[in-house]
Write a protein that binds this ligand. Structure first.
Ligand code: NI
Length: 168
């Protein structure tokens, strides 16, 4: 297993629309293992393949249930798609690819996602609350969308300014 380097905003590779996985083989299983390890090492609530410079529709998410510790239940979703969503919530989000920023983002309160596992078997799952946020955030990455994009242009400008200052 390998801890992969995570691309950081404003790296243009974070804007690529990732391609669907068509081959469910050992290479896929290995990439998923590496992504899980990378996410746990960071640590983060989720990680999408384009964040580690693999433009494929793969996400891993922390799915720890009540009473479980972080890292005890990490799910991999291949070619995930949101098929239904309901309600609204505001959640304070951050991202392993967007340094030094957390901000409130409007999200659906509940989502149903269809995906495949690493052997290509379809499954679906429902996420509520924090888990719904993680699914929406990570699936956004597969479309080249960052949580920043959901913020007001004023907040985006302030963040850009902060980044430019930090680079000087
Ligand atoms: Ni992210």
């Amino acid at each position: 297993m390998t801890i992969l380097p995570i691309l950081k905003y404003p790296d243009p590779r974070l804007r690529i629309v990732s391609k669907a996985v068509t081959t469910f083989d050992e290479n896929l299983a290995e990439l998923v293992m590496d992504m899980k390890e990378t996410m746990l090492d960071a640590p983060g609530a989720g990680l999408a393949a384009p964040q580690v410079d693999r433009p494929l529709r793969i996400i891993v998410v922390d799915w720890a249930q009540e009473g479980q510790e972080y890292g005890q239940n990490v799910l991999a979703l291949i070619n995930p798609e949101i098929v239904a969503s309901e309600g609204a919530q505001v959640f304070d989000e951050g991202c392993l690819s967007v340094l030094d920023l957390t901000a409130n983002v409007d999200r659906a309160a509940l989502v149903e996602v269809q995906a495949k596992d690493i052997s290509g078997q379809p499954f679906s799952l429902i996420g509520e609350g924090r888990q719904a946020v993680i699914l929406q955030h990570e699936i956004d990455h597969l479309n080249g969308v960052l949580f920043l994009d959901h913020l007001s242009s004023l907040k985006q400008e302030l963040y850009e300014k902060k980044l430019r200052k930090a680079r000087k």
